[in-house]
Design a protein around this ligand. Structure first.
Ligand code: GRG
Length: 309
């Protein structure tokens, strides 16, 4: 038998998932939808709408919307149903970055490779732009359709809980209060779970809800989101000490300068990488219930572990 014939007889290997294609398509859809949902830059008062759009369209990686759309796909959902929720999560994420960059918080000059919101529009407008983005998120989410298993109330509750004083804000408070102090690994985990993992987890859960997912699928997405979210923050901590400001599009080395507790500072770089890998493996295991239909989620988890910005 010739070599050529042998090759032809081999069963075709499943085509590798095209993550760059998925990411560029999801980013384009999310950007177009955000543009439709947000008031025009010229709408009065123009300053606030320009400021909201400035940070929202500054070139973020759009990972939370991608996770939301990928989760919807794993549950057999259609993109148009998930899109408002993907946009809502990105508005909340952007609000948190605008406020985190303020002088009263992390006091940063660069974000997403551009001057921070308050550097361009002033502190007062930056506070208001963050407030307006947070409110916008709920306005957008309220426009999604309801599903047999998930009402509007369930969707709004999901967003409110992830961004409220027991999750995102709790993480930020603990982060602020921990600056300059020696904190334990378990306190650091508390911060990471709330500051980062809660919104990532919310993103995949909302994606599942938009596909009217089963209770078991929602639980699997919760496990996936929690573990990927923690891994994401550990990688963020690692990048802060291993990458340059140019590579990150934000000031590198900020955590060390602010004497912030991070995984590399507490347990070292290698151990931090190992934990991020273990968490990603746990996230993969959670996807077994989807029997190969969660390719986009799997691919995103690998990408988030290996990213360099
Ligand atoms: C102000 C309530 C409030 C919360 C702020 C977002 C945040 C909490 C702090 C910013 C610093 C930080 C390390 C946050 C953890 C989440 C995180 C890693 C944000 C950066 O997310 P990316 O990398 O950013 O997805 P882009 O710009 O790509 O969207």
């Amino acid at each position: 038998m010739s070599v050529a014939k042998n090759k032809m007889q081999k069963p075709a290997a499943p085509a590798a998932f095209d993550l760059p294609g998925f990411l560029s398509a999801s980013t384009a859809s999310v950007n177009a939808a955000l543009d439709r949902f947000l008031p025009a830059a010229s709408a009065r008062p123009a300053t606030i709408h320009k400021a909201m759009r400035y940070s929202l369209f500054a070139g973020g990686k759009r990972m939370r919307p991608a996770l939301c759309l990928a989760a919807a796909a794993a549950c057999g959902g259609k993109q148009p149903a998930a899109l408002p929720l993907a946009c809502a999560v990105e508005c909340i994420h952007t609000y948190s970055l605008v406020h985190d960059d303020l002088p009263a918080m992390d006091n940063d000059d660069y974000r997403r490779g551009k001057l921070t919101n308050h550097k361009v529009f002033g502190e007062g407008i930056a506070v208001l732009a963050g407030d307006a983005l947070l409110t916008q998120a709920f306005e957008i989410a309220a426009q999604c359709r309801a599903w047999p298993r998930y009402s509007h109330q369930a969707v709004i509750l999901e967003l409110a809980r992830a961004s409220g004083s027991l999750q995102l804000i709790a993480g930020q408070v603990a982060d602020l209060e921990g600056e300059g102090k020696k904190i334990s690994a378990s306190q650091l985990k508390y911060i990471h779970e709330r500051k980062t993992s809660a919104l990532l987890c919310c993103s995949v859960r909302l994606g599942g809800m938009s596909a009217n997912c089963s209770v078991a699928q929602l639980e699997a997405l919760t496990q996936f989101g929690y573990n990927v979210g923690l891994a994401f923050q550990i990688i963020d901590d690692i990048l802060d000490v291993t990458q340059t400001s140019e590579q990150l599009g934000k000031t590198a080395g900020k955590d060390t300068a602010a004497q912030k507790a991070t995984y590399p500072a507490i347990i070292g770089l290698e151990k931090s990488r190992e934990i991020a890998r273990d968490l990603t493996n746990k996230a993969f295991s959670a996807l077994e219930i989807f029997h190969g239909r969660a390719e986009a989620l799997e691919s995103l988890a690998t990408y988030l572990l290996q990213r360099n910005k």
